[in-house]
Design a protein around this ligand. Structure first.
Ligand code: ADP
Ligand code: MG
Length: 218
């Protein structure tokens, strides 16, 4: 069974098509790359799969449940439970220290997550950001902020880990560290990994790749 099924999805903004009939399947526990030039629709596709927005036409289902049947509250719950997002531009709240940023997703539906604190401290060590946790985002380098983002995205052990150009503004050394960790951690957590990237070297380190041009798969 596919984890994610995207069927003939369109997305328009003010009558302009960002996506024009995309269909694809994502299997559980696999790794995918999405490539395409700027403006081709990569982020839009990722947001729709992650339930951050809804398609204009077509359907997206997760484990055979259509996201169209979810009201806004259920969609928020889906994002919280299933999806970890690493955004292109660091999305840490500037008014909170990194640890509070990382714990934010776990606070959303009021459930207890007994092994969370230990998982966060283990992950912080592996991502080499233990020294960053009590600091505010602006006190960190770009590479450190991105690793905090990755930790936050992984903290809930998401089935789907969606990364929008996660290495876009990192140097080669940090790019290699981030890609290696994304691969290792998605293996460990059995998360399906989807990475949007411009970087051919990053793309070649993953198995399956989708190419997007003008809102269509090519
Ligand atoms: P990519 O991530 O491949 O660079 P995007 O998915 O961000 O491309 O954008 C695809 C197209 O949709 C672009 O033409 C972009 O301007 C447009 N677009 C994306 N998001 C919005 C939005 N919120 N409002 C209006 N247009 C948008
Ligand atoms: Mg984009």
């Amino acid at each position: 069974m596919s984890l994610v099924k995207v069927e003939n999805v369109y997305k328009s903004f003010n009558n302009a098509h960002a996506l024009s009939g995309i269909s694809l399947n994502l299997e559980a526990n696999e790794k995918y790359v999405i490539q395409g030039t700027s403006g081709s629709g990569k982020s839009t596709l990722l947001y729709l799969i992650g339930g951050l927005d809804r398609p204009t036409k077509g359907s997206i289902s997760i484990e055979d449940k259509s996201l169209a049947d979810f009201d806004d509250e259920s969609l928020a719950l889906y994002r919280n439970i299933y999806v970890g997002f690493v955004f292109q531009f660091h999305f840490l709240l500037p008014s909170m220290n990194c640890l509070d940023n990382i714990f934010l997703p776990s606070k959303i539906n009021g459930e207890k997550h007994p092994d969370l604190a230990k998982r966060v401290s283990d992950l912080a060590e592996r991502l080499r950001i233990t020294h960053c946790l009590k600091k505010y985002p602006f006190e960190l380098s770009g590479g450190e902020q991105q690793r905090v983002n990755i930790l936050r995205a992984l903290s809930m052990k998401p089935k789907l880990l969606l990364c929008d150009e996660p290495t876009g503004n990192l140097d080669i050394e940090n790019t290699n560290i981030v890609i290696k960790l994304l691969t290792e951690l998605s293996n460990e957590f059995k998360s399906t990994l989807v990475v949007v990237t411009h970087n051919d070297k990053v793309a070649s380190s993953f198995g399956k790749s989708f190419q997007i041009a003008d809102g269509k798969l090519v």
